[in-house]
Write a protein that binds this ligand. Structure first.
Ligand code: SF4
Length: 68
């Protein structure tokens, strides 16, 4: 499973990241008044918690991150 921290790390590295302004479902991705980049507020992230472009696995495999 990809956790929230990983979703943030992925979005920071993703060239296709697009902030979804109308992300009322996921408005919790904020810290200190700033919006944090995360797949969770990317317009390519779908309701099944997957990337429409299937980039999550690709980026994860390029990252030196251990998957639990
Ligand atoms: S949801 Fe997909 S396109 Fe959006 S930041 Fe994550 S990996 Fe990139």
């Amino acid at each position: 499973m990809v956790n929230k921290d990983q979703l943030k790390n992925i979005a920071e590295r993703c060239s296709q990241y697009r902030f979804e302004r109308d992300s009322s479902l996921r408005s919790d991705v904020k810290s200190m008044g700033e919006t944090v980049s995360s797949c969770e507020n990317c317009e390519h992230f779908n309701s099944e918690h997957k990337c429409n472009l299937n980039l999550i696995d690709q980026i994860l495999s390029n990252m030196d991150v251990k998957l639990d």
